[in-house]
Write a protein that binds this ligand. Sequence first.
Ligand code: C5J
Length: 217
Amino acid sequence: MPTVDAKPGPFTFDPATTALLVIDMQRDFLLPGGFGESLGNDVHQLRRTIEPLAALLAAWRAAGLPVIHTREGHLPDLSDCPPAKLARGAIGQQGAFGRILVRGEYGHDIIDELQPAGDEVVVDKPGKGAFYATELAEILGKADIRSLVVTGVTTEVCVHTTVREANDRGYECLVLADCVGSYFPEFQRVGLQMIAAQGGIFGWVADSPTLLEEIAR
Ligand code: C5J
């Protein structure tokens, strides 16, 4: 079985039961001039994940392994957006790339570099976690997926929430440090540490080249 050198120890996975999860690589979060940047964030902290993630996606697809993308966002009438989230955010307001985090808008969709391939699943989620109010658990169950390679943005928000949800549901999660990003370097560092701490309390952490070597074998 493929084994990746990871923290806190080797991560062994069965390719037949492992999926690549690409979380929220959306224009609203990543494009210069978009929603993320309008909040005062440095989008380049997230954009450094694009190149390694594109390389990983290419290798993963070439190996014929499943890919699942997620997008954070809401119905155009915002009926699936909890009042507390609505009150604290710009959700639904007009931004540079359409209504912010609203499904169907240009900014809500995945960046051009990482567009899903024809047969890849895209899970639309109203929350930070990819399991909350989505069909993800059912999709993974039907495909007999038990391990997740987790990538995307942002490390301390949607990546963390999803990894915690997945871990509680019994999935083994490998988070790729160079393929997840935070606007805040400190949150990136500590967020990754938290995953692998205490013997891997939420999962494992490695870099994508280490995984790519295993896929190439
Ligand atoms: C945030 C996300 N940060 N995808 N969403 O609001 O992490």
